[in-house]
Design a protein around this ligand. Structure first.
Ligand code: TXA
Ligand code: MG
Length: 359
């Protein structure tokens, strides 16, 4: 692939947004901020532009893309019809971290849907993003702006790390507020099926639609996930990661026990590097014990009062910081899988290659 000059636009002006929109319509790749994670945007009506997304990410071609729109009006030409439940969801949760699949119209290229009959649509709750979507004037296909398999980027700097030289531009609006990707749902006759848990929780959906189910593959059944992306290895940090969930004292004990099993450093200058991603409370209770151990430790903590929200925001960037630091081992404290915690634990389970241990 020819190396490109990737330009970063920090809080671009209206004029710059117009020009970036024009570039995207002509086939350029433009990374965009959203409230969840940064997206890698291309013209969602142009199969060739979308082919460049797959190349830049190294993404399997059967994994469909989400089309981003500035408002629910922009959905109409992209779908055969709007199911009544989808209309209710758009009216209630848009703009917001909810992606809805609907029967695609003929103007949506098969490249966007990986050949599936439904197209995934989302209107992000991010003012600058929606200004850009308006300037683009076309639906913007955008997967998370990471190399496939790696943690998703929540800052423009993390996008730059993976995409420098592969894309034309990055719009920088600072860190994402939520930190994990949108909820993906499919509409049924009597409710919705969650294909990927995310920022809009089961509890929030249950208040406005009849029945909320989870795709069988998400709850342990040995079936193929309906969101093709859910079957791939994802969010993986470079070091092996183990996650403990439970009462804070039990988690402290389990982490200390694991640390005792790690081989001691071979030299004072080349210490074994342990990355910890744990609650503030957990860190306070174990830091004096850890200080006596012969490891280099990098502890990243999240707020014990709002653990799911705080961990959602820290998760991907922490894993990327551990990669940069060349951590040998990562140990994390998970949260209870309720509310936003469901999405967080879904990502942690993958990042930990399923080493999530209840204590
Ligand atoms: O928060 C988000 O959704 C972010 C930001 C950038 O908007 N985007 C994102 O895109 O996470 P991506 O491509 O990394 O994940 C999209 C997920 C994948 O699991 C994909 O398989 C699924 O949505 N998906 C896309 N289109 C689908 C469809 N037509 N039917 C079922 N699943 C679909
Ligand atoms: Mg992704």
């Amino acid at each position: 692939m020819r190396e490109l000059k990737t330009r970063i636009y920090t809080h671009p002006t209206a004029q710059e947004l117009e020009s970036l929109g024009e570039q995207l319509r002509q086939g350029a790749l433009v990374a965009i901020p959203t409230e969840t994670v940064y997206g890698l945007g291309a013209n969602g009506l142009d199969a060739e532009a979308m082919a460049r997304i797959y190349a830049a990410k190294g993404r399997p071609s059967d994994n469909p893309l989400i089309l981003h729109v500035p408002d629910s009006e922009a959905v109409r030409p992209l779908v055969k019809h709007i199911p009544p439940i989808a209309q209710t969801l758009m009216d209630t949760f848009w703009p917001g971290p909810l992606t809805i699949t609907m029967p695609k119209s003929d103007i949506v290229p098969d490249k966007a849907t990986g050949g599936l009959p439904n197209v995934a649509l989302r209107c992000p709750d991010h003012t600058l993003c929606r200004e850009f979507l308006r300037a683009a004037g076309v639906p913007v296909a955008a997967p998370s702006a990471n190399i496939s398999g790696r943690p998703s980027p929540t800052t423009a700097e993390d996008v730059y790390h993976d995409m420098n030289g592969k894309i034309e531009a990055i719009i920088n609006a600072g860190p994402c507020t939520i930190g994990v990707e949108s909820t993906v749902v499919e509409c049924n006759e009597d409710g919705v099926t969650i294909l990927r848990p995310g920022g809009i929780t089961e509890e929030m959906l249950a208040k406005v639609v009849g029945t909320v189910r989870y795709d069988a593959a998400l709850v342990g059944a040995n079936t193929i996930p309906k969101a093709p992306g859910m079957k791939y290895k994802h969010y993986a940090p470079d070091a092996a990661m183990t996650t403990y969930v439970g009462n804070v004292d039990a988690v402290v004990q389990a982490i200390v026990d694991q640390l005792k099993t790690i081989a001691p450093s071979t030299s004072a200058t080349d210490k074994t590097k342990v990355g910890l991603l744990i609650s503030e409370q957990c860190w306070q209770r174990m830091k004096s014990q850890v200080a006596t151990m012969d490891f280099a430790v990098k502890a990243i903590t999240y707020d014990s009062k709002e653990p799911a929200q705080s961990l959602a925001k820290e998760l991907y960037s922490s894993l990327l910081r551990f990669n940069e630091w060349n951590a040998d081992v990562i140990i994390a404290e998970g949260v209870s899988p309720a509310g936003l915690g469901t999405a967080v634990m879904n990502r942690m389970d993958k990042a930990s290659a399923h080493r999530v241990i209840r204590v």
